[in-house]
Design a protein around this ligand. Structure first.
Ligand code: GTP
Ligand code: MG
Length: 326
């Protein structure tokens, strides 16, 4: 299982500028040539770039320094030092960057290919040729390169999905995700099978698509850290549509729905105002009469009874999601 990393602190350091050269033109029989020390190269910059090739931050190492190359020294014969190469730290779209000092947001990388200059390289130092004036023909000094910018940053991943699946452990969230998207999450008959959020893409016939996030199951007291806690809820903070999954074989489903909503509200009151539907899962395990009684417990809700196993009402679900997304 791929390691999932939500938050990581790293350091970035841009390249130092190269030292300017002190050099004098020398040739046989010309004892006193003028200054010809070239400038140092510019230090490389460090960029952050969002890339769809990454789903998490596990390719990065905590507290490691990611650095760009320094500029090279200037040389004689007015040769400038080479500029340092830039360095790009790639992150998944949905990575928010914060300053650990005051927790302010530095940038939010949401789109594939979006880049941000996070540390600027130092200027190269001027070589002594630069300092030659009419009164000062032979300067014996050159400038040092300037240091590159250096900072600590916090990368905070919030998966970008349009639809979030929320439910108690074992409700059938991952099974549904596997049924309707390209994702291959782990599915098993025990709670807390899903330990890390899964993301799947639904391809519509008209070749448009949307993304669904399946997060670990939520239990009562999650906001106090019970179960896997609510930390994973940050991944559905930005979804537009919320789907609450209730296993029809479970006890007191109306209470379960209230519990899910209460836990979400404790995390972020705004979440419960989003368009949502209640999915009654595993309908293949109950008969029609039982199902009728269960549905009647949810007046006023948008209900989709379905079975990811038999495929019952999966088409209705897809239409319901489309309507909610609109
Ligand atoms: N009969 C039946 N079983 C189902 C259906 N959907 C899921 N299950 C079973 O329910 C169990 C739990 O499914 P998961 O998809 O892992 O549930 P989950 O909500 O992702 O669980 P956690 O990740 O632990 O929160 C598995 O044994 C599934 O095979 C269904 O439509 N019908
Ligand atoms: Mg799961």
């Amino acid at each position: 299982m791929a390691k999932f990393t939500d938050t990581i602190t790293i350091q970035v350091r841009a390249g130092k500028g190269g030292q300017g050269a002190v050099s004098f033109y020398r040739e046989k029989y010309i004892p006193k040539g003028g200054p010809d020390g070239g400038d140092g190269g510019r230090g490389g910059d460090v960029y952050l770039e969002a890339s769809n090739s990454f789903y998490n931050l596990s390719h990065l190492f905590r507290d490691r320094v990611y650095h760009a190359e320094s500029g090279r020294q200037g040389m004689g014969a007015n040769k400038h030092g080479r500029d340092g190469k830039d360095y790009t730290v790639k992150v998944p779209p949905g990575t928010e960057v914060r300053d650990p000092e005051d927790d302010s947001q530095i940038c939010d990388l949401t789109q594939d290919g979006q880049r941000f200059l996070i540390a600027k390289g130092g200027m190269g130092g001027r070589g002594n040729a630069f300092f030659k004036t009419s009164t000062h023909q032979a300067p014996r000094f050159a400038q040092p390169g300037m240091p590159g910018e250096e900072r600590r940053i916090v990368l905070n991943l919030k998966l970008i999905a349009d639809v979030g699946l929320v439910g108690l452990p074992n409700a059938g969230k991952s099974t549904l995700l596997a049924r309707i998207t390209n994702a291959k999450p782990k599915i098993a008959d025990y709670p807390f099978t899903t330990l890390i959020p899964n993301l799947g893409v639904v391809q519509r016939a008209d070749s448009t698509s949307y993304r669904i996030a399946d997060i670990p199951g939520i239990i009562e007291g999650a906001h106090r850290g019970l179960g896997l806690g609510l930390s994973f809820l940050q991944h559905i903070e930005r979804v537009r549509v919320m789907l609450f999954l209730l296993d029809v074989t479970g006890e007191d489903l109306a209470y379960s729905l209230k519990l899910l909503r209460d836990e979400l509200a404790t995390y972020n009151g705004e979440l419960t105002g989003r368009p949502c539907a209640v999915l009654l899962t595993k309908t293949d395990l109950v008969d029609e009469d039982e199902l009728r009684k269960i549905i009647d417990q949810f007046p006023g809700e948008t209900i989709v009874p379905l079975s990811a196993h038999s495929g019952h009402n999966i088409d209705l679900l897809m239409r319901t999601i489309d309507a909610l997304l609109e």
